[in-house]
Design a binder for this molecule. Structure first.
Ligand code: HEC
Length: 150
């Protein structure tokens, strides 16, 4: 019989299994840093969508960034947990927590527009893509006006 695992591999596996992975992740991940990076990446995805719309280019490649925005929108509530109103250089306003329903509704509305944009992009429907791109942009603006410090 071939020896599949060397002793070193077994020791490494044991170390990985024993390590308190969940705790380490919870302690190390800073929600403020994560949401700021997410927002910055989203700006790139949305900028690409807008530039293709403005240039009246091929909308098919917009399916992927639109799906990414939809997935990110669904994560927005999770990266604004209670207690993350202060720290770092956060611009999050207290209204995010005092008017949670309003905040989450904007994120959800943006996600729905992004999902529709992905479908329209896949179908090559440039008019629908342009419409949904505007709907996404409206939600960026609405949320920043109400829930982000200048
Ligand atoms: C549901 C609310 C919400 C939506 C929707 C939203 N944002 Fe934000 N955004 C915020 C908040 C709150 C902050 C501040 C986060 C912080 O500093 O902790 C922020 C921060 C940012 C930042 C600064 C990131 C940094 O480097 O600090 C950019 C850029 C940004 N948003 C772009 C966008 C764009 C583009 C869209 C739309 C495609 C969008 N946002 C949609 C709430 C939102």
């Amino acid at each position: 019989m071939t020896k599949i695992f060397s002793l070193g591999t077994v020791a490494l596996l044991a170390a990985i299994l024993v390590a308190p992975v969940g705790q380490a992740r919870a302690a190390d991940l800073d929600p403020i840093a994560i949401r700021q990076v997410g927002m910055a990446l989203q700006t790139g995805s949305f900028g690409f969508i807008r530039s293709v719309v403005a240039a009246k280019g091929d909308v098919k490649p917009l399916e992927a960034p639109a799906k990414a925005i939809a997935r990110w929108a669904a994560m927005i509530p999770a990266v604004f947990p209670a207690g993350s109103d202060k720290g770092g250089d956060t611009k999050a306003l207290p209204e995010i927590w005092s008017d949670r329903a309003g905040f989450e509704k904007i994120a959800m509305t943006m996600g729905e527009a992004a999902t529709r944009l992905a479908v329209a992009a896949k179908a090559g429907d440039a008019d629908a893509v342009a419409l949904e791109a505007k709907a996404i942009g409206d939600q960026c603006g609405a949320c920043h006006r109400g829930y982000r410090a200048k």
